[in-house]
Design a protein around this ligand. Structure first.
Ligand SMILES: Cc1cc2nc3c(=O)[nH]c(=O)nc-3n(C[C@H](O)[C@H](O)[C@H](O)COP(=O)(O)O)c2cc1C
Length: 223
């Protein structure tokens, strides 16, 4: 098989959303390599609209404390509207991956306290030593977000190639006012998501499952 394709498939197969990290920080040169490589993704008019606020381990802790406090108080104020609802197959897929996580960490059906505790881990970045917050210019609308999504995917795959584990997190964008204030982000940009990153804790219960994908036939309508 073509070597380039095999390498890409290996990265796609190996990458997963990591929810348990070691404390060890990622060197700045490695972070720069991830970003430099991810910059190669296409964007409309080559606008490259993504901007990253990358936090040091110290700043990551400050942000985690502020976000956890806001989340415990029930804050939910994203710049970009969260999905209104998941229905049909989307609801089913969401439920399956949610239960994979709950089963892995031992949250049982109806245990609201345990599921809330697990949800709150989002705001501690699942123990990642560092986090990148991804923003897009408001005026570029949905297509700016599309371009940023491509960048996020490239970031996760390049990181994987460098042995760095990642998880994209929209949950963090749900507490946008706090993220904006703590990082001094400008008002002409929308916070889209965070990417928590670091070295995986291979033994962490939350890292013991892998999600499934639909078949080609489920996602292609031939015309
Ligand atoms: C844009 C985006 C936002 C996400 N937000 C969250 C999140 O807030 N919390 C979380 O635990 N996982 C989040 N995820 C991870 C997804 O749940 C995960 O990608 C999906 O279940 C597929 O699993 P995999 O990444 O392990 O292959 C997000 C992923 C993406 C791409």
């Amino acid at each position: 098989m073509n070597e380039d394709l095999s390498a890409l498939q290996r990265l796609l197969d190996q990458r997963y959303s990591c929810r348990g990290f070691l404390e060890k920080p990622v060197p700045q040169a490695t972070i720069e390599e991830i970003v430099k490589t991810s910059q190669k993704v296409p964007s409309w008019c080559n606008s490259q609209p993504w901007q990253l606020a990358i936090c040091s381990p110290e700043k990551t802790k400050v942000l985690a404390d502020a976000l956890t406090e806001a989340a415990m108080g029930g804050m939910q104020s994203p710049h970009v509207s969260f999905p209104k609802r998941y229905q049909g197959v989307y609801k089913e897929r969401r439920s399956i991956c949610g239960w994979q996580l709950y089963d892995a960490v031992g949250v049982t059906k109806g245990d609201r306290e345990a599921s809330h505790k697990q949800m709150i881990q989002n705001f501690r970045f699942f123990g990642a030593p560092q986090v990148a917050v991804v923003t897009t210019p408001k005026e570029l609308g949905a297509y700016g977000a599309v371009d940023c999504g491509a960048f996020v995917t490239a970031f996760t795959l390049t990181a994987q190639g460098l042995g760095v584990a990642t998880i994209a997190q929209a949950a963090v964008a749900g507490i946008a006012p706090v993220v904006r204030e703590k990082l001094g982000l400008s008002f002409d940009r929308d916070i889209l998501c965070a990417i928590s990153f670091g070295y995986e804790d291979k033994d962490h219960p939350a890292n013991q499952f892998r999600t499934h994908r639909a078949e080609c036939a489920d996602v292609i309508d031939w015309h």
